[in-house]
Design a protein around this ligand. Structure first.
Ligand code: SF4
Length: 373
């Protein structure tokens, strides 16, 4: 066992989740917020490629009440990364982030990039979106959280790698000081006390109201107000909103299916849009089929009485890998978990309306094996 252990598991880390609960690290912060990001790599025709081009979009196909956006990055060798993020505080249990992403690529301004192109990779992962006000206490006896495990993503920049590096450097500095002083396994109080005045805090504080404004006022007004707030923060170091709160955990935002209409997504054309099975194939996901399942239900009966009967099975739509199915087996409605397809995105651990799904680590090293993602 190390003298100090730094946890850098990424967003919704499963060990970090347990540590936050065990040490009550979140008792003085706002609830964590997340988005699901789905991404593909494409090999496109040279005439459609502009090395270095960066495009960001928000709005269509999402309506004004669903937060999210998209990106296209033109890398070298005619490779384009295209991705779509949906904030997980959406209300409609019929919404499918995977299918919204497939629809996004059909926009006339986007689809021309992919004329004659070939999809080569697919992946999905949640992104921390809570920012400044959702960062838990970062230190505890013998360890600390760093990077996305601590929720240090700058939402409007869609970027967290810089703060992952900076928080790792800051924590390492405090560990070195502690070990130099002959300490071990105690709490790195200096790390927790210093991050808000460090470059990490200076990056996150000015953008702290973008997400709560977006959630409250929708895309049109929320993004405009968020932009205004970032502007006053950058120029005058002040916000007319102070620090806004996040309303609630993402698990609590789904509304009963009876309040919504089913969404009829178009069938994939297998040229520009695809189904889940062929997408998971491109993620090179592998789990041994007879290993202990890594997706646990806390209460099996609750999945039928609530997830299915009240919310009409949203896990069959929010999971980008088609892991969850409701199916009639021997006359009985049955919840099927195809755990071997899991992309480890962690959406189910966050978005189940009863917090009834617990994602735990599968046996060593298995899961998606992304190529160049
Ligand atoms: S089972 Fe959960 S973690 Fe795995 S791909 Fe589906 S939503 Fe993501």
């Amino acid at each position: 066992m190390g003298k100090y252990v730094l946890f850098s598991e990424g967003a919704r880390g499963s060990l970090s989740k347990q540590l936050i609960a065990k040490f009550k690290l979140d008792e003085n912060c706002q609830p964590p917020k997340f988005g699901i990001g789905i991404k593909e790599l494409w090999q496109i025709e040279p005439e459609n490629h502009k090395a270095g081009l960066v495009q960001h979009a928000f709005g269509w196909p999402l309506d004004n009440n669903v937060g999210g956006g998209a990106f296209l990055y033109h890398f070298e060798d005619n490779i384009v990364a295209v991705g779509h993020v949906i904030h997980l505080d959406y209300k409609d249990p019929y919404l499918s982030p995977f299918d919204e992403f497939q629809r996004f690529k059909t926009h006339p301004a986007i689809r021309k990039t992919f004329k004659g192109a070939k999809r080569t990779s697919f992946g999905a992962r949640v992104i921390s979106e809570g920012g400044w006000q959702s960062v838990p206490k970062l230190s505890f006896a013998g360890g600390a959280l760093i990077g996305c495990a601590a929720g240090l993503v700058n939402l409007p920049r869609i970027k967290g790698s810089h703060n992952a590096i900076l928080s790792g450097m800051l924590a390492a500095e405090k560990v070195a000081q502690a070990i130099g002083d002959g300490r071990s396994s105690d709490e790195l109080v200096a790390y927790n006390d210093s991050w808000r005045t460090s470059d990490v805090g200076k990056d996150l504080k000015p953008v702290r109201n973008v997400k709560p404004l977006w959630s409250r006022f929708g895309t049109i007004w929320g993004v405009a107000l968020g932009g205004f707030d970032m502007w006053t923060n950058s120029l005058f170091n002040l916000s007319i909103f102070g620090t806004l709160k996040h309303k609630t955990q993402d698990a609590n935002s789904l509304e009963p299916a009876a309040k919504h209409q089913k969404i009829n997504y178009e069938k994939p054309d297998n040229v520009l849009s695809f189904d889940r099975a062929s997408s998971v194939y491109l993620s090179n996901t592998n789990h041994e089929e007879d290993q202990p399942a890594h997706l646990h239900l806390n209460n099996v009966a609750l999945q039928q009485s609530s997830e299915f009967e009240i919310f009409d099975g949203p896990s069959t739509r929010y999971c980008p890998a088609g892991v969850y199915e409701w199916s009639e087996i021997e006359g009985k409605n049955t919840y099927i978990i195809n755990a071997q397809n899991c992309l480890h995105c962690k959406t189910c651990d966050i978005k189940d309306p009863n917090k009834n799904i617990n994602w735990v680590t599968p046996q060593g090293g298995e899961g998606p094996l992304y190529q160049d993602m």
